[in-house]
Unconditional design. Structure first.
Length: 281
């Protein structure tokens, strides 16, 4: 792998924007995020300690450039230490249900059983009503089947893992599908576990999108390239009046004390291994 960068261009209708600052992984080290078109203040998220960029626009459009080297890094320790929130707390029924599913054996064996159980409980999609909407915990699904995005699937998966004492973390970033080359439409998330088998990565949503529930650890069951920019759920920035926010995976506007998605944005990958013509770029 060689050095690469991810570039995000977006409109600046809101007076304040927030963006993740970038994160290193065993696959690449993030060299930071350069912002053009706005004034940047670096904040510290209260629960995970990760940096967040607070951007005051100074131009009609902003550009964020996340740069990565080919030097392997480490996942942040903080991603394995969840703050208690409605996005991380497992319901008592979920704890009991997953204990039966996890069974006996090593933590790595339990991870695989829980991953395959999670895949059996979801179909991939973007429903208007999420399986945990209006609840202060992550519920058990029993024999039911829920529709969910990568966010929903991994919310359940991580809560199930952590309910059994397994170290697990939630990564957010951008996935550039092979068929799209250097662009994608939105952010993506995946899961990291740490057991006696070492650090393993999981992307159940991509397995489901490919029509299989034969889950195994590893990234990119769907062909493409990913770059991480942040981690964790249940985020708080008290100085901005933001508490118990689900996640921060891409630049968002701060409006009325809430994070709001920006519609006018584009994501591009600049990687030396991408051989694209002017027609496909």
């Amino acid at each position: 792998m060689s050095a690469y960068h991810v570039e995000i261009a977006l409109g600046t209708d809101a007076p304040l924007l927030l963006a993740p600052a970038g994160v290193s992984t065993p696959h690449a080290s993030c060299q930071g995020c350069e912002v053009t078109g706005g004034k940047v203040d670096v904040l510290t998220e209260a629960n995970s300690g990760q940096q967040v960029l607070a951007i005051t626009p100074e131009a009609p459009r902003l550009t964020l450039r996340y740069s990565y080297s080919d030097t392997p890094g480490l996942y942040p320790e903080a991603l394995y230490r969840p703050a208690s929130s409605r996005f991380t707390r497992a319901a008592e029924a979920l704890v009991a249900e997953v204990a039966d599913i996890a069974g006996e054996g090593s933590q790595a064996e339990k991870c695989l059983r829980i991953a395959r159980h999670t895949a059996e409980r979801f179909t991939y999609g973007h429903p208007e009503e999420r399986f945990n909407d209006g609840l202060d915990h992550v519920p058990a699904l029993g024999c039911g089947l829920a529709e969910g995005s990568c966010v929903d699937i991994n919310t359940y998966f991580i809560a199930a893992l952590r309910s059994q004492g397994i170290e697990a973390g939630y990564l957010v970033g951008y996935f550039f599908p092979a068929e799209k080359g250097d662009w994608c439409e939105d952010a993506h998330c995946w899961v990291v576990t740490r057991t006696e088998a070492g650090v393993q990565e999981w992307d159940i949503a991509h397995h489901l999108k490919l029509g299989t529930r034969e889950i195994a650890p590893g990234l990119n069951p769907k062909p493409g390239f990913r770059a991480a920019v942040g981690h964790s759920m249940g985020l708080s920035l008290p100085g901005l009046g933001l508490h118990d926010q689900k996640l921060l995976s891409e630049p968002v506007a701060v409006i009325g004390g809430q994070m709001a998605r920006l519609e006018d944005r584009s994501f591009r990958l600049h990687h030396p291994f991408l051989l694209l013509t002017e027609d496909t770029a």
